[in-house]
Write a protein that binds this ligand. Structure first.
Ligand SMILES: *Cc1c(COP(=O)(O)O)cnc(C)c1O
Length: 427
């Protein structure tokens, strides 16, 4: 049954708040976590190794290293690419802050490049104009699960000797020509954060072709020690470890891996469900003052991580933030992916120009809104999202046409007790 209550003014207001990015946690996930707890082996151990191996087999990668987050994996990737102080690394303006933050942590300088409006992925031509003698690498994001232009990005990178790192935080199921995202670059980084397509609460995976780079990343993820801690305390007796270089605490625990094992096993089924929801949204929003996501390029597979609407602000009397607030007041949680990097103070203050060269990312930033999309959404939930989005956008389209702006404040639904803050999750 729909969570909407009949309302005198026919406003489609849900009684139960629909949280954006809620993970699907089934009994099999819970049982696996409980069995880890009962085993008392709760740190990095056999389940983390198994999750690593299953992820490696799923993607077809040569080497996989399970870590504590995608941010950690990106940091290790930059260290693997031997980024040195002052080296420049090109990153897209349209991404989560971690993509650029890690460049700073590795001692490099993030250089922000613009994206294409329709794909929201890094623009190959824009990369080219930002290359200097100090440029060493590019971190490209498969935005929302849509693959970036592999051929064009690698053509530019190869021509200039740049290492390509794939930010696959949205792209677990993404393929290009049947080959998985994350197997093209020298390194790639995946996220299992709570809102992502596979969740371990916090967690990430680093992939690479290079066995030595994989061994070093594994070492750096555990303080730079020579042997896995879980092997040190195994039945074969205690072995001394040696610190080979100062590393980090980036390993994944077995509690996290226990969640990931079953999530990964059902990721294709979950994608089928997200495909269905995606198609329903596409049909429902076709005539609204908003652009639905661009069609997928032939020969590629979209991982359906984020369903982003781009609001047609020329035909609405309110901006995106107000649309988000009104949906929130109707009981629908949404996300913003993203406010572009160069609009955040740290990066804005370090731009070489006023940001005018990042016009597409600015344009998307002002218009984009991500709708709930996940395997646990019921058909009625999807109906509710469609009804609320349609109601809000139609109403403000009419108001724009009538040539006045509405200032009427909508009151929160009495049924939606303590709804979470709109856009509370940022990744
Ligand atoms: C979520 C996300 C990250 C960071 O992932 P964590 O696992 O939270 O560290 C990095 N890049 C992008 C594009 C993301 O969406």
């Amino acid at each position: 049954m729909s969570k909407y209550e009949p309302h005198a003014d026919a406003t489609p207001r849900r009684s139960e708040y629909l949280v954006f990015g809620q993970p699907e946690i089934l009994d099999e996930d819970i049982d696996e976590v409980v069995s880890v707890l009962r085993s008392r082996w709760i740190g990095a151990g056999p389940r983390a190794s198994r999750f690593e191996e299953q992820f490696r087999l799923y993607t077809g990668a040569a080497h996989a290293v399970a870590v504590s987050s995608c941010t950690a994996a990106l940091h290790l990737a930059l260290l693997g690419a031997r980024i040195a102080p002052g080296d420049e690394v090109i990153v897209p303006a349209m991404t989560f802050a971690a993509t650029a933050n890690v460049v700073v942590h590795a001692g490099g300088v993030p250089v922000i490049a613009d994206v294409d409006r329709d794909t929201m992925c890094l623009s190959p031509t824009d990369i080219e104009r930002r290359i200097t003698p100090r440029t060493r690498a590019v971190i490209a994001v498969h935005f929302a699960g849509r693959p970036f232009d592999i051929d064009a990005i690698f053509a530019v990178a190869d021509a200039h000797g740049l290492t390509v790192i794939e930010d696959c935080a949205h792209a677990i199921e993404t393929t290009v020509g049947g080959r998985h995202a994350g197997t093209f670059g020298a390194f790639s980084a995946f996220s299992f954060y709570v809102t992502k397509n596979v969740v371990t609460a916090e967690g990430g995976m680093l992939l690479t072709h290079d066995p030595d780079a994989a061994a070093r990343a594994r070492r750096l993820a555990l303080h730079g020690l020579s042997a896995d801690a879980w092997k040190r305390f195994s039945d074969d007796g205690f072995k001394h470890y040696e610190v080979e270089e100062p590393g980090f605490k980036y390993n994944m625990t077995d509690i996290q891996a226990a969640l990931g094992l079953h999530q990964l096993a059902r990721v294709e089924r979950s994608l089928e469900r997200r495909n269905e929801i995606w198609a329903r949204y596409d049909d429902a929003f076709v005539d609204l003052p908003a652009a639905t996501p661009a069609p997928v390029r032939p020969g590629t597979r979209h991982a359906r991580h984020l369903y982003t609407l781009l609001l047609d602000l020329d035909h609405l009397d309110i901006g995106r933030d107000r649309v988000q607030r009104e949906l929130h007041e109707l009981g629908i949680g949404t996300g913003i992916h993203y406010r572009a990097l160069h609009l955040h103070p740290y990066y804005r203050d370090r731009l070489p120009d006023d940001g005018a060269s990042l016009a597409n990312a600015t344009w998307i930033s002002e218009r984009t809104i991500s709708l709930p999309l996940g395997p646990s959404l019921t058909d009625d939930d999807v109906d509710d999202v469609i009804a609320a989005v349609t109601w809000v956008l139609r109403r403000h389209e009419r108001a724009r046409r009538a040539g006045h702006t509405t200032s009427r404040q909508m009151k929160p639904s009495p049924g939606a007790a303590n709804p979470p803050r709109a856009g509370a999750r940022s990744t």
